[in-house]
Design a protein around this ligand. Structure first.
Ligand code: GAR
Length: 192
């Protein structure tokens, strides 16, 4: 059977992009065939190089107007898109080409702490400031709004009195590394 191809979009460090790529490196049915970023100097670019996975860098014009990102996805025969720390809203040409096939991870328990401007450390800072006793991860399908598509999976961690944004980020990253690849695998396998 032909493998399903995943493209991972990331704007920053790319530690999830790397974790996902390693998880599928020896998978019989699924592979990460392309990594894409809007940040030429992001660490994810070097990670892609180290992993031997092609990496495309694009700008706003490419993404929202020219259709060149969709062209790249088609060239690499991409079946599913995974957003791993990617911060731009997904344009309608990608949403219609990949219905229920674009998956995002958010570092909090949506619907709390989501929406425009809520990403990375800002999320953890707000959770700590509001003295929440738990946080976690949400993996969801992507629609035309920030962090609003159907939820596929959530996992929780405790927020202790001594936690700050950094220590909470570590707990949340651990949940992401543990669960995100397997959740992607289960979504893709439903389509096999
Ligand atoms: C992850 O924690 C991810 O949940 C978050 O960005 C981080 C990327 O880390 N995404 C968002 O905040 C999206 N709103 P990484 O680059 O090390 O994978």
């Amino acid at each position: 059977m032909k493998k399903k191809h995943i493209a991972v979009f990331a704007s920053g460090s790319g530690s999830n992009a790397e974790n996902i790529s390693r998880f599928f490196a020896s998978h019989p049915l699924v592979e990460v065939s392309l990594i894409l970023t809007n940040k030429p100097d992001a660490a994810v670019v070097q990670r892609a190089k180290n992993l031997g996975i092609p990496c495309r860098i694009f700008n706003r014009e490419d993404f929202y107007n020219s259709g060149s990102v969709l062209d790249d996805l088609k060239r690499f025969e991409v079946d599913f898109i995974v957003l791993a720390g990617f911060l731009w809203l997904i344009p309608s040409n990608l949403l219609s080409a990949y219905p229920k096939r674009i998956i995002n991870i958010h570092p909090a328990l949506l619907p709390k702490y989501g929406g425009k401007g809520m990403y990375g450390a800002r999320v953890h800072q707000s959770v700590v400031e509001n003295k929440e006793t738990e946080s976690g991860i949400t993996i969801h399908f992507v629609n035309e709004e920030y962090d609003a598509g159907d939820i596929i999976f959530q996992a929780r961690c405790s927020v202790e009195a001594g936690d700050d944004a950094d220590s909470l980020a570590q707990k949340v990253h651990a949940l992401e590394y543990r669960h995100f690849p397997a959740v992607i695998e289960s979504v893709v396998q439903k389509e096999l």
